[in-house]
Design a protein around this ligand. Structure first.
Ligand code: NAD
Length: 429
């Protein structure tokens, strides 16, 4: 099949490279010409395991090409995916200007039937609006369909997640669009849920908000654990064996971040409000999440007494491991708060240093966790990178001025840390 994918970010590039690998011809479109130059040279502008190899293979096969010309891509492909960003606006609702701009360019380029698929995460009724606007702009003269095919991949395991989804959701309005999408996804071995447009859009928001709710739930439980002397990790294990609950997303810590959960929770609250429903449960999810930054700062202050002029080393800046994405990372708010209180800040992250430097220029960065910890009054773990689980604790302690270890992701063994002579504090343990 001939496909266009508009937007070459995490979702768009993974979608393009994976479909090219599956044998389709893909035109990947972006307005950012510099990004396209990098991609044409086989280089991925962000850190995502396995993606660069896949891109190189797609380039060698000749099945992927890049362009800034959306209209030309639309003319040359049967199915057009929209994968542009949908960030939060001030009020929390989704900023759909990029999606709307793409629809404006698609409409005049339509000369024969096309299927336009929104893969970006959008509020319910967005697909209907895209359809109505394109219909108005084309004056009903050209046949087309709009479909919604939300993406559930996670950064850090995006290629694997794209190729091995738990389910595929197809929001469609015609048999023709359902047939095309089923054909495209035929090699995938998973349940396919076929719905109308708004239901598919809502499945994505409801899923992300639910996962965020699980994280805030265990964080709230952690806050109780801390007060009664229970260990939230054991609580999560004990809960997680229950098949009705599941262990995933029950890790207490400094909270969720990234470019999806915070904005999708906010957008879902806002959508509900506009539709006349006050989704207070989700407002509380966001509030608990924000509060976890304060929990970490309190643990650090308990250990150090004062923050001013104390040297604090942060291990992990990205919002989660295996990515260099700093969007919405809890580290940003925490480092800002520490800076305001006069801390001297050092940091190490295995992948996110370059992006972090743009946002947190007052931090001194080190390529190695032990060098970062040298002379510091506390080490604070903010991202659960695998390498931090196996830190040489005696070595770490020998380099530090005060042996204080604050584990914002509960990845270290409290007993081992205390046995190594650390003042150790985790979240809810
Ligand atoms: P991103 O910010 O990484 O990439 C968006 C890309 O779109 C950028 O390269 C930008 O230059 C390009 N773009 C913007 N406007 C354009 C236009 N008018 N024409 C051409 N290109 C344009 O975004 P992302 O993280 O890939 O997310 C895209 C969508 O997918 C969002 O709605 C997001 O919520 C959703 N999503 C993201 C993830 C994730 O883990 N990142 C997972 C599932 C769904």
């Amino acid at each position: 099949m001939s496909l266009s994918v508009i937007g070459t970010g995490y979702v768009g590039l993974v979608t393009s490279a994976c479909f090219a690998d599956l044998g389709h011809t893909v035109i990947a479109v972006d307005q950012d010409a510099d990004r396209l130059k990098l991609l044409e040279a086989g280089r991925v502008p962000f850190y995502e395991p396995g993606l660069e190899d896949l891109l190189k293979r797609a380039l060698r096969s000749g099945r992927i090409t890049f362009t800034t010309d959306t209209a030309d891509a639309v003319r040359r492909s049967e199915v057009i995916f929209i994968t542009v960003g949908t960030p939060s606006r001030e009020a929390g609702d989704a900023d759909l200007s990029a999606v709307a701009a793409v629809a404006e360019v698609i409409a005049p380029a339509l000369t024969e039937y096309r299927l336009i698929v929104e893969k970006s995460t959008v509020p319910a009724r967005t697909g209907a609006r895209i359809r109505d606007q394109i219909h108005l702009l084309t004056r009903g003269a050209v046949p087309f369909d709009v479909a919604c095919n939300p993406e559930f991949l996670r950064e850090g395991s995006a290629v694997h997640d794209f190729l091995h989804p738990d389910r595929i959701v197809l929001g469609v309005e015609s048999e023709r669009s359902e047939r095309l999408l089923r054909e495209l996804y035929a090699p995938f071995d998973c349940p396919v849920v076929v719905t109308d447009l708004s239901t598919a859009e809502l499945i994505k928001h409801a899923s992300n908000a639910f996962l965020a709710m699980k994280i805030s739930y265990i964080n709230a439980v952690a806050n109780v654990c801390e007060r009664v002397g229970a260990d939230v990790r054991m609580v999560a294990d004990g809960m997680g064996y229950d098949a009705r609950i599941g262990r995933a997303y029950l890790d207490a810590g400094v909270g969720y971040g990234g470019s999806c959960f915070p904005k999708d929770v906010a957008a879902f609250v806002q959508l509900a409000r506009e539709a006349g429903y006050d989704f207070r449960l989700l407002e509380e999810v966001a509030r608990v999440n924000d509060g976890q930054r304060d929990v970490l700062l309190r643990l650090l202050k308990d250990a150090l007494w004062v923050i001013a002029n104390r040297t604090v080393t942060i291990l992990g800046l990205a919002f989660k491991p295996n990515t260099d994405d700093m969007r919405g990372a809890p580290s940003v708010a925490i480092l800002e708060a520490l800076r305001r209180e006069g801390a001297v800040l050092r940091a190490h992250d295995p992948a996110a240093e370059a992006n972090a430097r743009q946002i947190l220029p007052y931090v001194t960065y080190f390529p190695d966790p032990y060098e970062a910890a040298r002379g510091s009054d506390a080490v604070v773990v903010l991202t659960d990178w695998k390498e931090f689980r196996t830190l040489d604790l005696p070595r770490l302690k020998s380099l530090m001025r005060r042996p204080v270890l604050i584990d914002g992701r509960n990845i270290l063994d409290p007993q081992a840390a205390r046995a190594a002579g650390f003042h150790y504090a985790g979240i809810g343990r």
